[in-house]
Design a protein around this ligand. Structure first.
Ligand code: 8YV
Length: 328
């Protein structure tokens, strides 16, 4: 029997390609070309499965052009690049890569929070530019992390990891808001209290966004929400571009309506809103929250194992639309 054809849409670790090659005819993109939608559809033609990343959009148009496709395995916990309803309607299984990145991503969220509140990159740019000629009492004076109030918006696994780091590591008071309230035991474990979104924005010294993107969470933070925040507050987004209105945020940072922001994700990335590049009080990183070598390897291997589990035994590890399996 011939091996299923698998497209790997972006470059990955050679070990992952070798792992896939034991089971599949692998069509890899180790040159890491970035494809337009038309090119992706062209590459997917005749494929049985795809290994995708967050930038590869799979929607009804793509699915209609690739009727042989049976599964798309995302090397990401977020899956807003998938139109799940369209995939389910087309009988295409979707899988993501949860859990393996939780602690690494929570570490990064905290790192970005600290860099933002303590103005680390801004001060480094000043030093590198040769502007440091003397000490002064208020030079790069920022805000405290320890003992302050941390507001976590989106209390899934990564949000819980950030809450625990704040509560246990830095003695922070932790408040959170989520679509659904955690059970009492989990709240106690995270030392976190449930509040409304408005109360969180009004009272937190540091707001960290960790909620999934969907049309419903588009611009969760816009001008009105930024206006509720303390002028001394910081905002960190490690969730998805589009959750924050980047133009409104740039204006709020420029006018010092909030103190600072740390952003790992952007609307329309890898493009960054030009106004964000002109304000000093923002720390900008290129979507690297999960980027440690062991974690990226674990994410890629989980995506590969989802493909293998599906084709070998119809048992993918982390399916998003398992109803599709019943029809196979
Ligand atoms: C990925 C992410 O690096 O897992 C996610 O949802 O945002 C990141 O960890 C990115 O999406 C690449 O697939």
């Amino acid at each position: 029997m011939s091996k299923p054809n698998i497209l790997v849409a972006r470059a990955v670790f050679p070990e992952v390609i070798a792992h896939l090659q034991q089971h599949f005819e692998v069509h890899a993109n180790q040159a890491d070309e970035t494809w337009s939608k038309a090119q992706l559809m062209d590459k997917l033609r005749g494929m049985d499965g795809a290994f995708t990343t967050g930038g590869d959009r799979i929607d009804a148009e793509v699915l209609a052009a690739c009727p042989t496709l049976k599964i798309c395995a995302n090397m990401a916990v977020g899956y807003n690049n998938f139109d799940i309803d369209a995939m389910t309607a087309a009988g295409v299984l979707a899988t993501n890569a949860p859990d393996v990145l939780t602690e690494t991503t929570a570490d990064f969220g905290f790192a970005l929070l600290m860099a933002t509140a303590r103005r680390i990159t801004e001060s480094e740019h000043y030093l590198r530019a040769g502007k440091w000629t003397k000490w002064s009492f208020d030079m790069f004076a920022g805000s405290d992390i320890h003992g302050s109030t941390l507001g976590v918006l989106g209390m899934g696994r990564i949000g819980q990891g950030i809450a625990k780091r704040g509560a246990y590591g830095f003695g922070m008071k932790v408040i959170y808001h989520n679509r659904s309230r955690l059970d009492a035991a989990l709240e106690a474990e995270c030392k976190a209290s449930y509040v409304s979104k408005d109360e969180l924005l009004r009272t937190a010294d540091h707001v960290v966004l960790v909620l999934p993107y969907s049309p419903a969470s588009h611009h969760t933070i816009g001008a009105a929400e930024l206006a509720l925040m303390k002028p001394t507050a910081t905002l960190v987004n490690i969730a998805r571009g589009g959750i924050v209105d980047d133009a409104a945020l740039a204006a709020a940072l420029r006018d010092r309506r909030i103190a600072a922001a740390g952003l790992d994700v952007f609307e329309g990335e890898p493009q960054v809103h030009p106004d964000l590049l002109t304000v000093p009080n923002v720390v900008l990183t290129p979507h690297i929250a999960s980027a440690t070598v062991p974690t990226r390897m674990a994410m890629a291997m989980l995506a590969a194992d989802n493909l293998i589990g599906f084709f070998k035994e119809k048992r993918p590890l982390t399916p998003l639309n398992p109803a599709v399996l019943a029809t196979k």
